[in-house]
Design a protein around this ligand. Structure first.
Ligand code: ADP
Ligand code: ZN
Ligand code: MG
Length: 492
């Protein structure tokens, strides 16, 4: 039984779901798209405004070069072709937060088109989701319906956001499950963050998503009527909204009804969508070329210069790091989730004797303790430099892994970095061969069965003896020496 409407899995399985996403990404430029006003979130209302972004008569737009470069970089990162000539268009509609009465956008000649993002489907296979286009446009202002003494009777408007540069990234209707949509969004956001073109902060509205969804009988070639769901301001909510909407549509069709083409809003508190406007009320935007802006030309040379600033993208970085540090996929995802952190990690790890050991310690010893303490990596008492120092000491056999664990425990207890803790504690090491040999002899004498296994050819049993002696020495035996002596004794 489904969670929402009580549809049986057999009924749900009769239908195939089609999802296409439209994602608005605010560009992180210093100034707005067509004027010199600060592009800044959180300023006092109506302070970052000028005649151009207020739409006063006679004011003319001037295109922001940085916005074009960000849009181009984002387009390239999404595997799009960049149009040599793209055209700005006016999208006409009236809304109180848009004083010009139109929005400058791009229509039939967007700056970027024909791209893709690769996700992994439910079977673990790579699935390519088409990116139809990524076009440039400007944001509108904001209506403020509450927070004022007279909010019950008035709505206020803040025009600071008017003219903020955006790209709208439109996907092909290639996704088939809410999970695929979730993955697409996650990767899209990661790519934008890696490129540094947006902060993708959904709470502040710098990344916004509209989800289009329809159902059709499984195996059908003709898509069903789509419903657009707006107002979903987290990726988790997108998934919930899609799950709800799919079941709502199936239920209608099962009851012999038809799906109306409409825009619906997701209400997170109520856990449902409700109708905002139907197709009959849909806008006719009367797009026409923006007469105040010339065609935008991105020459091959300019495009190449922008492409040269492209960072290594998340997926490529994961592949490389899996090979370079012998990581599994999940660990690679953890390390690459934020570019800034991945950069800091790699810069530090590369100074270590074994970068691989740094990665492993970070994910196991440090990661485990951070999780237990409920701390983010940024708040870790052991810094990356401390981690490298620890890894080097283990690598050189100056401390054992067990001693390292003990030192890390102290770091977390006392909120101190590894360096000072190590200097103070200076764990003892037994480097005297005869002392270690004596301990090995004892363990060998106490474990005849394991000795027999070793003699019979099971060489891995040596690890058992190393472990036992290490324990007996309270982690103080020099690991390199211990290994060497155990093999020598067993082979004797
Ligand atoms: P519109 O003209 O209504 O804006 P578009 O064809 O431009 O529609 O598509 C908008 C978004 O809806 C795109 O992301 C696209 O992939 C998606 N989409 C189009 N048709 C469907 C459908 N039948 N079911 C689900 N999504 C769809
Ligand atoms: Zn302005
Ligand atoms: Mg469209």
């Amino acid at each position: 039984m489904s969670a929402i409407t009580g549809l049986s899995p057999e009924v749900v399985a009769k239908y195939e779901v089609v999802i296409g996403l439209e994602v608005h990404v605010q560009l992180l430029t210093a100034t707005k798209a067509f004027c010199g006003c600060a592009n800044q979130y959180g300023s006092a209302p109506n302070t970052n405004v000028c005649p151009t972004c207020l739409g006063l008569p006679g004011a003319l737009p001037v295109l922001n070069k940085q916005a074009v470069e960000f849009a181009t970089l984002a387009g390239l990162a999404l595997n799009c072709q960049i149009r040599e000539q793209s055209i700005f268009a006016r999208k006409n509609y009236f809304y109180p937060d848009s004083p010009k009465g139109y929005q400058i956008s791009q229509f039939d000649k967007p700056i970027a088109e024909h791209g893709w993002i690769d996700i992994v489907d439910a079977n673990g296979d790579v699935k390519r989701i088409g990116v139809t286009r990524a076009h440039m446009e400007e944001d509108a202002g904001k209506s403020i319906h509450d927070g004022f003494a007279d909010s019950a009777t008035r709505t206020y408007v803040d025009l600071n956001r008017c003219g903020t540069p955006l790209i709208e990234i439109v996907s092909e209707p290639d996704m088939r499950t809410p999970d695929e949509a979730y993955q697409y969004l996650t990767l899209l956001k990661e790519i934008m963050l890696y490129c540094g073109v947006s902060d993708c902060n959904m709470e502040e509205g710098s990344l916004r998503c509209d989800a289009n969804v329809s159902i059709m009988p499984r195996g059908s070639k003709t898509f069903g009527t789509k419903v657009e769901v707006k107002n979903v301001n987290s990726f988790r909510y997108v998934r919930s909204a899609l799950e709800y909407e799919i079941e709502r549509q199936i239920e209608i069709v099962e009851d012999g009804g038809t799906i109306k083409q409409e825009t619906r809003l997701w209400s997170q508190p109520e856990g449902r969508t409700f109708s905002m406007r139907s197709k009959e009320q849909a806008h006719d935007y009367r797009y026409f070329p923006e007469p105040d802006l010339p065609p935008l030309i991105v020459s091959d040379a300019w495009k190449a210069a922008i492409a040269a600033t492209m960072p290594e993208l998340p997926e490529a970085r994961r592949k490389r790091m899996i090979a370079e540090y012998e990581l599994n996929k999940q660990d690679a995802e953890t390390l690459t989730a934020e570019r800034e952190f991945a950069d800091r990690f790699e810069t530090a790890a590369r100074t270590a004797k074994s970068p691989r050991r740094v990665a492993n310690l970070l994910l196991s010893e440090l990661g485990g303790r951070l999780k237990a303490a409920g701390l983010e990596l940024d708040a870790s008492p052991v810094t990356l430099a401390g981690l490298v120092q620890a890894a080097d000491l283990v690598e050189e056999g100056k401390i054992s892994s067990k001693q390292l664990k003990g030192l890390f425990d102290i770091c977390f207890e006392k909120s101190e970095d590894f360096g000072p803790v190590y200097e103070r504690e200076k764990p003892q090491q037994i480097t005297d061969s005869s002392a270690i040999e004596a301990m090995i002899d004892e363990v060998i004498a106490a474990n005849p069965a394991q000795v027999a296994q070793y003699k019979a050819g099971k060489k891995t049993v040596a690890g058992f003896f190393v472990g036992q002696v290490m324990r007996a020495s309270k982690g103080q035996a020099n690991p390199a020496l211990l290994n060497e002596l155990v093999t020598k004794k067993l082979d004797a």
